[in-house]
Design a protein around this ligand. Sequence first.
Ligand code: ZN
Length: 130
Amino acid sequence: MQISVKTSARTQMIDITSQVQTCVKESGIKNGLVHVFSMHTTAAVTINENADPAVEADILNTINKMVPWDDHFKHMEGNSAAHIKVSLFGPSEIIPLENGSLVLGTWQGIYFCEFDGPRNRQVNIKIISD
Ligand code: ZN
């Protein structure tokens, strides 16, 4: 299964938890593991707090300071910062599935992380039954 994500900024975190849960419902699988995979070299997937939007802002501010957009990179496309951020975050997450629900903590959400937007993106969802 695939989720489409339309991003609207160069750097952005988008909560895709409800879309992943919809894929789980459509699959009919109740127990197993859910693999959420970004099919891109400049966009990642991570799990973090989805209660206070300030957390997203702080993560993005910090990662943008850690990896500045211009730093005399060699990659001709000019988006090495995005490639580096994806390797720091990773392209995927695995979430346990129990009784038809994602096993996430109270404050956890699944985020699609855009690092070279705005673009139309695809996230692959693979559900492995117990
Ligand atoms: Zn590139």
